[in-house]
Design a protein around this ligand. Structure first.
Ligand SMILES: [Zn+2]
Ligand SMILES: [Zn+2]
Length: 783
């Protein structure tokens, strides 16, 4: 009894004696627009702490004051219980004098200093909002623009940070009383949800016909569904741009869309209601399901089932289907109708032009393509295509980094001064670097024309403003003919900035190294389509000894003629003749003509071009070797989109075992002048023999994949003997090839190598700017 009383007295005294602490915290990462401030507010109240929280350009600034135990718990819970969309990169704390403050507040945003916080990426509709959307008693029932702090558009509606409503395209919508009350209530899920809106006060939808005249209907969504079910093509304004949509189960509708969009071969993405629906169409693995349901809701390339539900012309010639799930309330409304099973949802543009975002622009550009347009009045400030992902060798890989992933930063292993890296030519995305972070732009498409260049400039201005990066140097690819090179030089000259040119395949490897925090040296297998080499030839089957700031070419595929230059990329039969000629086959022989499927006259012309060296550069590209083999094995003489032949060649091998039965398919290592050469003469001779003997194309493709992998593994082993390096980085566009990626990784590991592959950044040209940035940072750090 007495003892207890004493203890209680002591405790009370202790509480009196231990003075309150006050701690200042700066939290960096993705902490704006993701419900972070209301979360901290609730946490502080629960722990009886005083102080405040505010957004600023450094992230969020917090001061908390109270009992030391409460502060400890607060710090612990801050990391452990943060909202789903938040990403805490760092928390800096400092003790400051207590002020006797006992209540906690959220203070208005301040804009100052260098920006280190991220704008959040756009996030898919959360389960709470989805429930309200479909609840007839909810005030937001069937309202296509509902969102909360856990979901909704972010990057695509933001002009600059800090991420507050006046800086977004929601600025013009004044919240009604009910919405404002939610916005102001710290206990509400919509507390400071910047795009908060309802039918009373927010954006609205309407439908117009192909000529832009309003369509009179009670419910624009219902009318849209009727038309889609009836086989029409609709342009639908979404989050990062317009989609062209049609019924994916109707061959007529899909055929019409292809015809009008002038896009014939390239597979189209299909949106389905939910995971179960995706499972019915594809052989969905657990990694793929995780990607499919991530907040970013990317398109995921998955093995399709052959059940015939999806129209054949959706994805002709490949065993995969690009599937994704609804991520905006409007899309959920479309799929709420049982008649809507699967929709083709493709970027509203002509091939490789930037996606359309503006109502007027869309009506003009898609006249004659869309039968009707479903429009809304919330402006899209940043074009952003759907992201594309796949599971490659058991791990997720980003093929196209856009909506849902942009503008999240990727770390750098070394400090970078402010830099602009402009990327390459195809599938372009630039990068801004500063300190230990790289901000990669959204996918910009091919930089081949003025529209592409304008999108580049528009996006560059936006990201520079957003992250307040003022580049001190500009990095570009060594290729003198790329538009991105011209742009980089002009842009730098106008600002009197330093320019750094980087070799294409070095950039690929450096990117892979940087993702894993490696500074090298490593053995880099840069297996790719096209890249300009230091000798002016076209590289792409490269074994490099690479550091971040330089490389040596250790081995490469032998140079073969590329008759017609760029034309040989679109017409693989030319590559086949070039490769067979290099393999010392007579390309005018009956045997070769039959194998490649060309006329004697075409072969004669090509032979003359090679003999005279007319428009016939030499290439060591592995991508081109794939094209050539696909041309011979599949009869794919011309392609509709980049890498189509190689993708189809990978496709036919699906289901074949990996084993290499005929070792003649392995490229042979020869001593060259200053590097080793991988020769393909016997590979070709064996392949032609096998075709003649009637070996099936599925088996030949599998042998070819296994042989190529084996050849490069041998080259890597040779490099290890020479240098003692045991780390191998895999990069280049060919690493999108699942079979090749797996064969290389498994084979290299069996040889005892430590293998590194891309995970956050694309191994293809979409990831090039990240590699360029890290090389420039390393070069600048050296000087
Ligand atoms: Zn929500
Ligand atoms: Zn409202």
């Amino acid at each position: 009894m007495l003892l207890t009383a004493v203890r209680e007295a002591n405790l009370t005294d202790a509480a009196k004696i231990i003075p309150p602490r006050r701690v200042l915290l700066i939290v960096r990462g993705v902490v704006q627009g993701v419900g972070f401030r209301p979360f901290v507010y609730r946490l502080a109240r629960e722990e009886s702490l005083g102080g405040f929280i505010g957004n600023d350009t450094n992230g969020v600034l917090i001061e908390v004051e109270g009992a030391p135990g409460s502060i400890e718990r607060f710090l612990h819970r801050l990391r452990g219980e943060a909202p789903a969309l938040a990403r805490i990169d760092s928390v800096a704390t400092r003790e400051i004098p207590a002020r006797g403050e006992t209540s906690f507040q959220i203070v208005a945003s301040e804009v100052r200093g260098a920006v280190a916080t991220g704008i959040p990426a756009d996030a898919a509709t959360c389960v709470d909002c989805l429930r309200e959307l479909l609840d007839a008693k909810d005030r937001r029932y069937r309202y296509a623009f509902l969102n909360c702090t856990n979901c909704g558009p972010r990057f695509t509606i933001t002009r600059r940070i800090p991420y507050d409503r006046p800086q977004t395209s929601m600025a013009k919508f004044k919240m009604c009383k009910a919405c404002q009350a939610e916005y102001d209530d710290p206990a509400n899920r919509r507390f400071h949800a910047q795009p908060n809106a309802c039918r009373e006060c927010g954006p609205r939808l309407w439908l117009v016909d192909g000529a832009g005249a309003p369509i009179d209907c009670d419910d624009a969504v219902e009318e849209t569904i009727e038309r889609l079910v009836g086989g029409a093509i609709l342009a639908i304004k979404g989050i990062g741009g317009f989609h062209l949509a049609c019924d994916a189960t109707s061959e007529t509708a899909v055929g019409r869309l292809r015809e009008r969009k002038r896009r014939y071969g390239k597979p189209l993405a299909v949106m389905v209601r939910d995971v179960d629906a995706a499972r019915e169409l594809t052989e969905l693995g657990s990694e793929e399901e995780a990607l499919l349901t991530a907040f970013a809701r990317p398109i995921v390339l998955v093995r399709r089932r052959g059940d015939g539900v999806i129209a054949p012309s959706v994805a002709p010639g490949v065993p995969w289907l690009g599937v994704f799930l609804p991520y905006a309330p409007l899309q959920h409304l479309l799929f709420a109708d049982a008649r809507v099973r699967a929709l083709v949802m493709t970027s509203a543009n002509l091939s490789e032009e930037p996606i359309a975002i503006d109502n007027e622009e869309c009506l003009a550009r898609l006249a004659g393509i869309a039968d009707a347009f479903l429009l809304h009045d919330r402006e899209i400030l940043q074009r952003c295509d759907d992201s594309v992902t796949a599971v490659v060798d058991g791990a997720p890989q980003i093929l196209r980094r856009a909506r849902g992933f942009v503008p999240l930063s990727v770390p750098l292993p070394i400090d970078a001064p402010p830099l602009l890296a402009v990327g390459g030519h195809l599938k372009n995305a630039f990068a801004l670097a500063r300190g230990r972070l790289v901000y990669q732009s959204q996918h910009l498409g091919d930089l081949e024309n003025l529209t592409g260049l304008n999108f580049f400039r528009e996006s560059l201005d936006h990201l520079m403003r957003t992250f307040e990066v003022a580049p001190e140097a500009v990095v570009h690819d060594m290729h003198p003919g790329y538009l991105s090179t011209t742009l980089a030089r002009e842009w730098a000259a106008e600002r009197n900035l330093r320019v750094i040119a980087v070799q294409h395949h070095h950039a690929h490897i450096a990117g892979c190294m940087a993702e894993h925090g490696l500074e090298g040296p490593v053995i880099g297998l840069s297996l790719d389509g096209t890249g300009y080499g230091t000798d002016g030839k076209i590289w792409g089957g490269e074994v490099l000894i690479a550091r971040l700031d330089g490389f040596k070419r250790f081995a490469h595929l032998e140079y073969v003629p590329m008759p017609g230059g760029e034309k040989a990329i679109r017409e693989p039969w030319r590559m086949a003749l070039g490769a067979l000629h290099a393999a010392r086959c007579d390309i005018e022989s009956e045997e070769v003509l039959r194998a490649v499927g060309v006329k004697a006259q075409d072969a004669r012309v090509v032979k003359q071009m090679i003999a005279r060296g007319v428009n016939t550069p030499g290439t060591s590209s592995l991508g081109r070797l794939f094209d050539a083999v696909a041309s011979v094995v599949l009869g794919r003489g011309a392609v509709d989109y980049e890498a189509q032949a190689a993708i189809e060649l990978e496709g036919v091998a699906v289901g074949q075992d990996d084993r290499l039965r005929n070792h003649a398919y392995v490229p042979e290592l020869w001593e060259g002048d200053d590097s080793l050469i991988l020769k393909t003469e016997y590979l070709w001779k064996t392949l032609i023999e096998d075709l003649k003997r009637g070996v099936c194309r599925e088996r030949i493709s599998a042998e070819f994949h296994a042989g190529v992998a084996e050849g490069f593994i041998k080259a890597a082993s040779n490099a290890r003997q020479n240098t003692g390096i045991n780390q191998v980085a895999l990069s280049g566009g060919c690493m999108h090839n699942r079979r090749l990626a797996r064969l290389l990784r498994v084979g290299l590991e069996e040889e005892g190598f430590t293998v590194y592959q891309h995970r956050q950044v694309s191994p293809g040209d979409a990831g090039l700017s990240y590699g360029q940035a890290v090389i420039a940072a390393a070069i600048l750090a050296r000087r």
